[in-house]
Design a binder for this molecule. Structure first.
Ligand code: PLP
Length: 380
């Protein structure tokens, strides 16, 4: 009997160790991590510079509340901005959903409006605010959430009819790549139309880059590849390389409107989290890992191009692989061959959220296993 509340459906693996891109189970199996701990470990596991950063931070200044100035937080904020041409300030929180809550809060307060528009295929987190604007019914349908139309509207990804974005709208919140909703990129030019519509009616554009940020799409912020300049961006997952941390990133215009105490959280951007953020960002930039994710993507696409019935969606280290077989069957068969991948709401779509540090040999371990599995699993 487990004392843990049974909220997570768990795979039958007893994990005891993780290093690099590999997991080790209690029965000694070594499993290739193509799921990247759900997009959390861009540098793989137990990266020595992260171990050093965390232990040094703990020894030097373990924690203090946000009522005092701490230089490590300033450095982490600069690292998050990465010289962005249009974003200027960072507010650290502890998770993706909290970053989205902060964005929604600020958008409503600054615009004086209430309505938020999101995508029908979206996922934005499990706290009640983020859940109330999540599109995927499998998640929002679980609790009674009688969200009034004045609070939330939905549009479908790629929909040319943007009339839902009107003068009542405080913010449009969009994932840079719809991830759980099936790994779908916005169609070319569509986000620019959304941005133009937001500008026209005075709504704020917020990009949820909880999965697509921190270099995962081959640029530090996902929106750099998508041709838009959002008013706010939310980050989490990869940002702390395994340490829980999220961030709200905003433009100077918004930063100028923020008042004391309107956002805040006890743990947000504590010194250990900040040291991890600083280190993750430094290593990704120094080691050319944003180019590396694109090289890994190219290797995967080129091998799978030989399969007419397999499609690859997404970008960089956020890829959906759609096969004729049910995704859960393929996932289980890959696991039997010691490779772990994710799934999504697409019943035929696998989700790859791998570390950026995968070697070519490791990519080939995955591709060999996938090819063997595709040859053996039933379709349909
Ligand atoms: C796009 C997106 N937004 C928000 C969240 C919520 O993040 P967290 O689980 O850290 O609250 C997730 C989590 O999977 C996500 O994928």
């Amino acid at each position: 009997m487990s004392a843990l509340l049974p909220v997570y459906p768990r795979l039958a693996l007893d994990l005891v160790r993780a290093d690099g891109c590999w997991l080790t189970t209690s029965d000694g199996r070594r499993i290739l991590d193509m799921y990247g701990a759900h997009a959390v470990c861009p540098l793989g596991h137990a990266h020595p510079e992260l171990t050093e950063a965390l232990t040094t931070a703990h020894r030097t200044l373990d924690f203090y509340s946000n009522s005092l100035h701490m230089a490590v937080q300033e450095r982490a904020a600069e690292a998050v901005l990465g010289g962005s041409a249009h974003l200027s300030h960072v507010h650290f929180v502890n998770s993706g959903t909290e970053a989205n809550e902060s964005a929604l809060h600020l958008a409503r307060r600054v615009t004086g409006r209430q309505t938020v528009v999101t995508l029908a295929e979206s996922f934005h987190g499990r706290t009640l605010g983020s859940l109330s604007v999540t599109g995927l019914s499998a998640y929002r349908g679980r609790v009674p959430l009688d969200v009034p139309a004045s609070w939330h509207r939905m549009v479908a990804l790629g929909d040319e009819d943007l009339s839902a974005i009107d003068h009542d709208v405080a913010a449009v919140l969009v994932e840079s790549v719809v991830s759980l909703g099936g790994v779908r990129m916005p169609p070319d030019g569509w986000l620019s139309k959304v941005a133009a519509r937001c500008a026209e009616v005075g709504a704020l554009l917020v990009l949820d880059e909880v999965q697509g940020g921190v270099g995962r799409l081959g640029t530090w912020f996902g929106h750099e590849t998508l041709g838009v300049r959002p008013d706010m961006v939310t980050l989490a997952k990869s940002l702390g390389g395994g340490f829980p941390v999220g961030a709200l990133v905003v433009t100077p215009a918004l930063a100028a409107k923020v008042t004391h105490s309107e956002l805040g959280t006890t743990f947000g951007g504590g010194p250990m989290a900040a040291a991890m953020v600083e280190t993750v960002a430094r290593v990704i930039r120094r080691d050319g890992l944003m180019d590396r994710v694109l090289a890994i993507e190219a290797r995967i696409r080129s091998r799978l191009a030989a399969h007419d019935d397999v499609a690859v969606r997404g970008r960089g280290a956020l890829l959906g692989i759609v096969t004729p077989a049910p995704a859960k069957v393929v996932r289980d068969a890959l696991l039997a061959r010691d490779v772990i991948v994710g799934t999504s709401s697409d019943p035929h779509g696998l989700r790859l959220l791998h570390p950026y540090v995968l070697t070519d040999a490791e990519v080939d371990v995955f591709l060999d296993a996938l090819q063997a599995v595709l040859a053996e699993v039933p379709r349909g």
